[in-house]
Design a protein around this ligand. Sequence first.
Ligand SMILES: Nc1ncnc2c1ncn2[C@@H]1O[C@H](COP(=O)(O)OP(=O)(O)OP(=O)(O)O)[C@@H](O)[C@H]1O
Length: 616
Amino acid sequence: MTPDPIQHARQRFFSQKAVPGGLIPQSILRSWTRCQALGLEGRANALPEPLTAYEFALTAGEAEAFKRLCRPEVEALYADAQATDSIVILTNASGLVLDTIGSLDFAERAARVALRPGVPWSEQVVGTNAIGTSLAEGSPIEVRGAEHYLECNRILSCSAIPIMGPQGNVLGVLDLSGPAETHHAHALGLVKLAAEQIEHRLFEQGFAGADVVRLHVDPAMLGTSREGILVFEDGRLKAANRHGLALIGRRFDDIGRATWADLFREQLASLVENGSLKRENGTTLVGRLEGFRRATAPRARVARSGPSPAPSPIFDPETTRSLTRAVRLVDAAVPVLIRGETGTGKEVFARTVHARSGRSGKPLIAVNCAALPETLMEAELFGYQAGAFTGARPGGSKGTLREADGGVLFLDEIGDMPLALQTKLLRALQEREVVPLGGGRPVPVDFLLICATNRNLWDLVEAGAFRSDLYFRIAQYTIELSPLRHRSDRVQLIEQIWDDLGAETQGIVMAQECRERLVTYDWPGNFRQLVGCLRAMMALCEPGETLTVDALPPDLRAGAATPERPAFPRGRGQATLEAVTTTAMQDALRAARGNVSLAARRLGVSRSTLYRRMQV
Ligand SMILES: Nc1ncnc2c1ncn2[C@@H]1O[C@H](COP(=O)(O)OP(=O)(O)OP(=O)(O)O)[C@@H](O)[C@H]1O
């Protein structure tokens, strides 16, 4: 029988102090060596001592802002954690567990090895482990089964990454841990993505008096959490995110040391003038200097002072008729269901219905049913009493159904609502009252309902995933929004959006061939993709310029004109299927501006599937 390489490495390490190459990663070997030097006993089963309740309350209080900052990503990871019987863990900068969330079953087992809030998981205390070792190594790491230094921790398979502040200071660690026997192959990729999103948000606070530069090799990635950010003060690198450092081949240690001249061949002015910069190695990056307005022409100054405004909604005659009918129905308290592929403008349509309805002066409350984990969705929709659950706001919460009282409730992606909540929603619609979580008296509500979905709800009903009685209640009138590739008015549509975005005022002209490519492309992301593409083209060109096909994103430039997108590849074998899948995923990612959760949701695949296929 072939020996387990990790076990073999362990035996050689503990008996002969030498591990043959290739058996375990060097980072694990370095960690074992550190643990041994500290005198840690590999066979020890001693559990780390938790802080006292008082000490932990103090530490957790200090870390409250950090926990809040990380919450959206922790919750997004939570969906993966449940699916793979894992837990998401957030620690502070010294590896003290602040929060765990995820599979209850595994959480119980993890608690047996003290992987729970209030317990320190630094390498010095617990030996090799993803949290402590990622801190010790200063990099993301995966620690599986027997790679854990202490035998008792072999039940774990963990992936962790330090979350870095803009100045290269460690803020904490994000970790996804599950049972060793069901190793989650994409866990490390997922925590990396989540950490980079958190780190990207940290730059929103701004840096007074400094030059904030946003860069990437691909213009489509600017503005996403994958863009590189470098902050310079008096020509010296003062802050950066990990993508920014990777683009210039530097590390967090270089913050405070590297200067502009060390990194770029051109002056900062070149970025402002040309929207691009040459790196020291001669390759080019595209980007922008934050808050800087081009000074080439008065017209440009006006045009570049902010992102181009959203184009006003454009409706073809058929959609305009649907709109009129929808307004009448909603005014008569008949629920309306809007169906259409992603980006066809379902939310825009719903907002227009509200604006033209008798309730336009009252609120329109929009809830995306796909964006919240099941546990939070119930509280979000129906509200809760004070103290209804751990983490509840002290004063309780009204819930979105009650917030929509007197106005319109828009339930987007209704097909993603879990069955248990469908039952509760149905009851609220029938009784016209809401019972908050944690009990209390039912509260009467009066809202008009618009729902939207990009799925076939009836298929879901037949598959038992959607209640038929709820279906008949919300889908009394269904409006289909056509995908762009089926619209015959694409020429006028593109023309109008282009003008709305300010092309004419900036004197930007589009060459005929460029226009034709836009018209014949199949736009899988529909309006969202089209508007995003036109916006990017406009942002990247100079006032007065004539845009040729070179200004188009790669897919369109390559002549990927596919006027009619086949539902399935037309008998061209596996290679074509792969290509179609990859293109659809790339499009979805682009349309979601690099947001993997959103893209996965829109494609109807899990984040890990998308991650695996794209190797983002
Ligand atoms: N009728 C329209 N005219 C012009 N632009 C539109 C129109 N509809 C949508 N858009 C553009 O497309 C973007 C996406 O629209 P919206 O969010 O309404 O799509 P959706 O169908 O609800 O998408 P999803 O199913 O992914 O939630 C909008 O921000 C807007 O810029």
